[in-house]
Write a protein that binds this ligand. Structure first.
Ligand code: CP
Ligand code: NVA
Length: 309
C-alpha cells in the first residue's frame, strides 16, 4: 500500500513539491475567474471524494475555505468540532484515525497540540492536513506566499520581517524560508522568541534568517512586514503578553521604515490597536483580505497534492 501524502509541516515537503503546489494554486485561481463561488471547477477532480474537517479550536477562515475548496474541487466535506466527537470523551487518536480512514478520503485537523496531528497522521491511511497547531500553520503560509507572488514579487528576492510574538505562524514562515529562498528577519522580544532548535534546523536547511530585537531596525527596507495576534488560541497569560508585546505593534512608523512599496500581511483574526495599528491594516499597503481569499486557492492546491497519488 502506498503511504498517504500528509501536509503537516513545510519543513518536511521538498521545495520542488511546494513550488508545484503554489503553481497549482495560481493556475486554479485563474482558471475559475468569473465563476460563481459555489460552482465547481471545470475538471472537478475530486467528484465523490470527501474531506473531514475537525476542529479542536475556533476557526472562521480555515473552516469556510476548506469546505468551499472541496465543493469547488467537485467533492464534499464534513465538519465537526472535537467536542462533539468521541475524541472529546477520550477515544484515542489512533482509533479515531483508523475509523475516519474507513469513511473519508482525507482529514484536516486543527489541533491544540502538534503531537495530535502527528499521531493522527501516523495512524491514518488517508492524507492528513494540518489546519493549525500550537507549533505551526502551514496552510496559512502557502496562501501568504501566493499573495506575495500575485503582487508581483519574486520570493527569492524578498526580505520578510516578522514583528511580535514568535508563534505558530512565525514557525511556518521559518520552515518555508529555505524552500522559497526569501530572507526572514524575526523581531520578537527575547522571552517570545521562536525556539533556537527551530531556527537552527531551518538555517541548516539553508534558510536566511536574521534575528533583530529592535522592530524599527528589523523593518528597515523590508519588502513585507508581518504581524499576528499577541495572544494566540491556548495562550493563558493574555494581560502579560499584551504588556510585553505592545512595543512590537506594527505602526505607521514601522511601515515608513520599510518603505512605500512594502506590503503588510496578517493571517487574521486581527486586533486593531494591539499587534497592528488600524491605519496600517486598513491602509493601502495591507493585503490581508487577498491573503484570506487565497486560503481557498492555496488549499485547493494542497488538497490536490494530498489526494493525488
Ligand atoms: N487565519 C486563520 O487560520 O483563520 P481562522 O482561525 O479563522 O481559521
Ligand atoms: N497565532 C494565531 C493564529 C490564528 C489563525 C493563533 O494560533 O491563535
Amino acid at each position: 500500500m502506498t503511504q498517504p501524502k500528509h501536509f503537516l509541516s513545510l519543513a518536511d515537503i521538498p521545495a520542488s513539491e511546494l513550488r508545484s503546489i503554489l503553481d497549482e494554486a495560481h493556475r486554479r485561481k485563474k482558471a475559475r475567474a468569473g465563476l460563481p463561488k459555489g460552482v465547481a471547477d471545470i475538471d472537478a477532480p475530486f467528484l465523490g471524494e470527501t474531506l473531514a474537517l475537525i476542529f479542536e479550536k475556533s476557526s472562521t477562515r480555515t473552516r469556510f475555505s476548506f469546505d468551499m475548496a472541496m465543493r469547488q474541487l467537485g467533492g464534499a466535506s464534513i465538519t465537526a468540532s472535537s467536542n462533539n466527537m468521541q475524541i472529546g470523551r477520550s477515544e484515542t487518536i489512533e482509533d479515531t484515525a483508523r475509523v475516519l480512514s474507513l469513511f473519508v478520503d482525507g482529514i484536516m485537523l486543527r489541533a491544540n497540540s502538534h503531537k495530535t496531528v502527528v499521531e493522527l497522521a501516523r495512524n491514518s491511511s488517508v492524507p492528513v492536513i494540518n489546519g493549525l497547531t500550537d507549533y505551526n500553520h502551514p496552510c496559512q503560509i502557502m496562501a501568504d506566499l501566493q499573495t506575495l507572488e500575485e503582487k508581483g514579487g519574486q520570493l527569492s528576492d524578498m526580505t520578510l520581517t516578522w514583528v511580535g510574538d514568535g508563534n505558530n505562524v512565525a514557525v511556518s514562515f521559518i520552515n518555508a524560508a529555505a524552500k522559497f529562498g526569501y530572507r526572514l528577519r524575526l523581531s520578537t522580544p527575547s522571552a517570545y522568541a521562536v525556539s533556537g532548535q527551530t531556527i537552527s534546523a531551518a538555517r541548516n536547511a539553508g534558510a536566511k534568517i536574521d534575528l533583530e530585537t529592535d522592530p524599527l531596525k528589523a523593518c528597515d527596507g523590508a519588502d513585507v512586514v508581518i504581524a499576528d495576534t499577541f495572544v494566540s488560541m491556548g495562550d493563558k497569560d493574555a494581560e502579560q503578553r499584551l504588556t510585553d508585546l505592545m512595543p512590537y505593534q506594527v505602526t505607521d512608523a514601522l511601515m515608513e521604515k520599510a518603505g512605500p512599496d512594502a506590503l503588510f500581511l496578517h493571517c487574521l483574526p486581527a486586533h486593531r490597536g494591539e499587534e497592528v495599528a488600524a491605519s496600517v491594516i486598513d491602509g493601502p499597503q495591507s493585503v490581508v483580505f487577498d491573503e484570506a481569499e487565497n486560503r481557498l486557492h492555496a488549499q485547493k492546491a494542497i488538497i490536490t497534492w494530498c489526494l493525488t497519488g
